[in-house]
Design a protein around this ligand. Structure first.
Ligand code: C2E
Ligand code: MG
Ligand code: MG
Length: 565
């Protein structure tokens, strides 16, 4: 909002929050006569209210306004969402000095003795507003999307302040220094970067990968990004790669054949330090190292992270070509009826036969595929392969069985999933009732209405729906009633010790009881011993799957377990 247009005044607005009416009066008068507009408030509630309503340029608040101390005061004021960049100066006495570090961590920008002469206060207020103005102009809708060369650049102190501010929201923070060369540098637009970060947040398989994000230009060729809410270290790696890709994208007005060099240096808190200056130094060292590579690259301050990122990048490249090179295979593991031990279903489990590294477990490469979006072609390939196999077995005269296919949460979120499944089944010519989709509990907890619609659509199509790894996720029982689910797969971690551990036995027993009560089919996965089978039979589980019957095997071997119809 443009404050000048709003009330006809372009003088900065100060919020003075002090319970002492005399102090409010004298300080207010002094600042007014120094050219500021002043809004006095007497308590914390009024202060928060005014902060939201008037969006002042600066807040002067007395520490005694909050009986729980300066840190709590900072927390409360910063909880007003409009106030995430407003400078806040705390007036305090000697008794409050020990709380400075904590209050700073909670977002208080600066501190002054409450007996400071009004003229000194005025001076501090003015310089604080001036130094924050250049940063403010970078934030959100107040950022000028126009000419890159005219945008204000943040200095080192401002940058440290931004880092401290982001750190006050979350202790896990990443600082990314981006340096681009030549003409490309001039096109390193904060807006474009911000859009890339938004996309990253949306497409991320995590629930809420990024917290507070600040994109701060530091020269025409350098931008620093500070983000909080980094859940796992590998997310920083992906983020850095995404930022680099975005910065290397062809920009308007830049010839396509212009040589591009983008280097990214990364440091993270708390691993690489917990002081803004230290984090900034580490990120700058890293970006200098990255810039020495031809074409630039991503470097982390942390060596282990560097090694990890190189290994991961090459694995990602390999995974991209794995589909084309026929390195993926599907193995099939039977599911049997617990009484007759006849095969009633198969589960398709993907494997990667890497030319150099040998067999790689899906537990390793599925997460990578999810992070890189490769899960879509891989998932589609598995679905087609499993359906083709089902079709072939039926044509060969085997009694039809359900074919289970695992769905990743990322696939589940694709809007045309229903259509993709419908089309695949009809093109291959498999009756939907022979397809079983294995979902996980977590998938059902997000966007409940959309999920419900999707599951209903699949159900209407005739597809069988299972919850895989049941008991490990949110285990909210209400969804079992609401969602049209056919089968619960008891997670193997409960089955493993079901005969020796009373807790596991109790969990398995109650899952079976509840599932049967809801008329669901119950299968136990990871059954390895006769005694597990016996107990599960006594508990009236319907089906089992596990090494006791057969591990996942190639299609030809799996066929020998099927019966002729
Ligand atoms: P899941 O769907 O729960 O599959 C069960 C896993 O347990 C499989 O591991 C299977 O080989 C293993 N297993 C089966 N019986 C036993 C047993 O008796 N004892 C023990 N210890 N393990 C047993 P796998 O094949 O390594 O797959 C691991 C996970 O990777 C799967 O868990 C699934 O979540 C995922 N996955 C596998 N294939 C695909 C796929 O095509 N798409 C997606 N999205 N995920 C897949
Ligand atoms: Mg499964
Ligand atoms: Mg499972």
């Amino acid at each position: 909002m443009d404050k000048a247009a709003h009330d006809g005044s372009d003088r900065p607005l100060l919020l003075i929050a002090d319970a002492d009416s005399h102090k409010r009066g004298t300080l207010g008068d002094a600042l007014r006569s120094a050219g500021f507009r002043v809004e006095p408030v007497a308590d914390l509630a009024a202060c928060m209210n005014a902060l939201k309503r008037t969006r002042p340029d600066l807040v002067l608040v007395d520490a005694s306004l909050c009986e729980h101390g300066g840190a709590e005061l900072g927390r409360r004021l910063r909880s007003v969402s409009e106030a995430d960049t407003t400078p806040i100066i705390m007036l305090m006495g000697h008794e409050d000095i020990s709380a400075i570090a904590e209050a700073r961590a909670e977002g208080i920008s600066d501190f002054m003795d409450r007996t400071t002469h009004p003229m000194l206060v005025e001076h501090r207020v003015r310089s604080t507003i001036e130094s924050s103005a250049s940063l403010l102009s970078l934030d959100g809708d107040e950022r000028d999307p126009g000419c890159a060369s005219q945008r204000p650049f943040a200095g080192r102190r401002e940058l440290e302040r931004v880092i401290a501010q982001v750190m006050s929201f979350d202790e896990r923070v990443a600082v990314l220094c981006i340096a681009a060369s030549g003409k490309l540098g001039a096109a390193l637009e904060p807006d474009a970067l911000q859009r890339a970060l938004d996309r990253f947040s949306e497409e991320s398989p995590q629930e809420s990968p990024l917290g507070m994000v600040r994109v701060v230009p530091t020269s025409s060729e350098d931008v620093t990004i500070v983000v909080s809410g980094i859940g796992r270290l590998q997310d920083v790696g992906r983020l850095a790669a995404c930022v680099r890709d975005s910065a290397s994208d062809p920009h308007e007005g830049l010839p396509d054949d212009e040589p591009r060099s983008v280097a990214v240096g990364v440091s993270t808190a708390p691993d690489d330090g917990s002081v803004p200056a230290e984090l900034l130094n580490h990120a700058r060292e890293a970006v200098s190292a990255a810039a020495r590579h031809e074409g630039g690259c991503v470097r982390f301050h942390d060596e282990a992270l560097n090694r990890w990122s190189v290994a991961r990048l090459s694995l990602e490249q390999d995974l991209r070509s794995a589909i084309a090179n026929d390195e993926l295979v599907v193995h099939y593991q039977p599911k049997v009826d617990i009484e007759s031990l006849r095969v009633v279903g198969m589960e398709a489990l993907v494997r990667w036969e890497h030319t150099q590294l040998g067999m790689i477990s899906p537990n390793q490469f599925i997460p990578l595929a999810e992070e890189t979006g490769l899960i879509h072609p891989i998932g589609q390939w598995v679905l087609e392969t499993a359906c083709n196999q089902t079709k072939r077995w039926q044509e060969q005269g085997f009694a039809p069985v359900r074919m289970g296919v695992n769905l990743s949460p990322v696939q589940f979120r694709q809007p045309d999933l229903l259509e993709v499944v419908r089309r695949t089944l009809s093109e291959i010519g498999v009756d939907p009732r022979w397809l079983e989709l294995e979902l996980t509990e977590g998938m059902l907890m997000h966007e409940v209405q959309a999920t419900l619609d999707c599951l209903r659509g699949l159900k209407q199509l005739g597809v069988h729906l299972s919850i895989d790894d049941f008991g490990t996720g949110y285990s909210s029982l209400s969804y079992l009633k609401r969602f049209p689910i056919d089968t619960l797969k008891i997670d193997q971690s409960f089955v493993r010790d079901v005969t020796g551990n009373a807790d596991d036995a109790a969990i398995v027993t109650s899952i079976i009881l509840m599932g049967r009560g809801l008329k669901l089919n119950i299968i136990a996965e990871g059954v390895e011993t006769e005694s597990q089978l016996e107990l599960l039979r006594v508990l009236r589980c319907n089906e089992i799957q596990g090494y006791l019957i057969s591990p996942p095997v190639p299609a030809e071997q799996a066929a020998s377990l099927l019966t002729r119809s």
